[in-house]
Design a protein around this ligand. Structure first.
Ligand code: FAQ
Length: 348
């Protein structure tokens, strides 16, 4: 944003405080209207900053909690090839968390602070990761549907008005595309396999379809943040718009896979130029958000345990960085490592 920076305001180059405030608001709004990026040193309204921290933190937490359901299957992958792919995918999710926590740090919130809030239940992560992975086919369903929904939601975030978030999303989306493809390919192999394999793939799709639609958030009329986030160009589309786009993408893919979507009400509406679909169980969504999903307790306690068990890694990294500090460039900071999620047994 070629506008007013914090340095300019603290140096008093804008005259009285009131004029400075009005100028800063005008410069911010003009930059958003012109589709320019807001950068960390640009002035921004407190509420814009708070909204970004909320969304980016929730997003980062989702990436690292989202490692757990699939990590559950690393030791039981059916072949070396599948195991290598799954390990790479789960590691990618850790990397996405890292980019997003780093992007959130540019807004003045440390990774430590955000993790503390997650562990204390004061910040959310995506509802989808509170469902269990009961069979190997769930790995395919997550890739196809969960990563597919994530891409649909996140490609527009590459044009988010906040520069560091938008830039982090570019690489994340490329990696999510690989994740989606591997899930699709896995499901295709099962669908074309034995009768039992086909049934396992269908069962996984039956269980993951509706929760995937919930990933897009509440319906527009119940979405408290959408209007303001869209005005600020943090979000580019409403929750329902993206959900509809996702259904339109999935219907032909399900046909190609030879699998059914578990919704008898899905049908093409010629007039609207899109698919109609059945009612989503928003009571279930709210119950999961309140902590009553099948795996909420397991996910958060596992995350807390992984964090505690990783304390020595963070301490060692900080000690190493301190020891070598004089030899390093002043721009480098001690690495802070978040412990990877460990293997967990699904219980539900
Ligand atoms: N789960 O007013 P809105 C992934 C909350 S990454 C839980 O509509 P907003 C990759 C919302 O926070 C998946 N909470 O909110 C992967 C708000 O709470 P508050 C994560 C939800 O922010 C794949 C309240 O409801 N992706 O999958 C959910 O405008 C495989 C009202 O909602 C992102 O985070 C939900 N589903 O829109 C990793 C993308 N939906 O503050 C591993 C970035 C809503 O009132 C394996 N985020 N809430 O207490 C976004 O695009 C937006 O934040 C939305 C929600 C669209 C999720």
């Amino acid at each position: 944003m070629a506008a007013v920076t914090a340095d300019q305001t603290t140096q008093g180059t804008l005259g009285t405080q009131d004029v400075a405030d009005a100028d800063r608001v005008a410069a911010f709004e003009a930059a958003v209207a012109a589709d320019e990026r807001i950068e960390p040193r640009d002035w921004m309204p407190d509420a814009y900053r708070a909204t970004l921290v909320r969304q980016m933190a929730q997003h980062a937490h989702s990436e690292i909690i989202g490692m757990q359901p699939e990590a559950n299957w690393i030791t039981r992958a059916p072949s070396l090839r599948r195991k290598a792919i799954l390990m790479a995918k789960v590691q990618d999710e850790a990397g996405h968390g890292l980019y997003l926590y780093s992007a959130a740090e540019t807004l003045g919130t440390s990774r430590e602070e955000l993790l503390d809030k997650l562990h204390a239940g004061r910040q959310r992560y995506s509802s989808i990761f509170n469902y269990p992975t009961l069979t190997w086919a769930d790995v395919g369903a997550i890739g196809w549907l969960v990563d597919g929904a994530a891409i649909t939601n996140q490609v527009p975030l590459c044009r988010c008005s906040y520069g560091p978030y938008a830039r982090a999303m570019v690489r994340i989306c490329k990696e999510e595309s690989f994740h989606q493809r591997q899930g699709y390919e896995l499901l295709l192999a099962l669908s074309r396999g034995t009768e039992a394999q086909h049934a396992m793939a269908q069962d996984a799709v039956n269980r993951w379809w509706w929760p995937s639609l919930m990933m897009f958030g509440p319906p527009d009329e119940a979405s408290s943040h959408s209007e303001q986030s869209m005005a600020w160009k943090i979000k580019r589309h409403s929750n329902d718009e993206l959900r509809r786009r996702f259904v339109d993408i999935c219907v032909p893919q399900a046909e190609a896979l030879g699998l059914e979507l578990p919704d008898p009400d899905i049908r093409w509406n010629e007039e609207l130029g899109r698919h109609e679909f059945g009612a989503i169980d928003w009571d279930e969504f709210q119950a999961v958000l309140k902590g009553n999903g099948p795996c909420n307790e397991q996910r958060i306690s596992q995350r807390r345990r992984a964090h505690e068990e990783g304390a020595w890694v963070r301490d060692a990294a900080a000690a190493h960085a301190a020891k070598h500090a004089p030899a390093q460039s002043s721009t480098r900071t001690p690495a802070q490592h978040s412990a990877p999620a460990h293997h967990v047994e699904e219980t539900a």
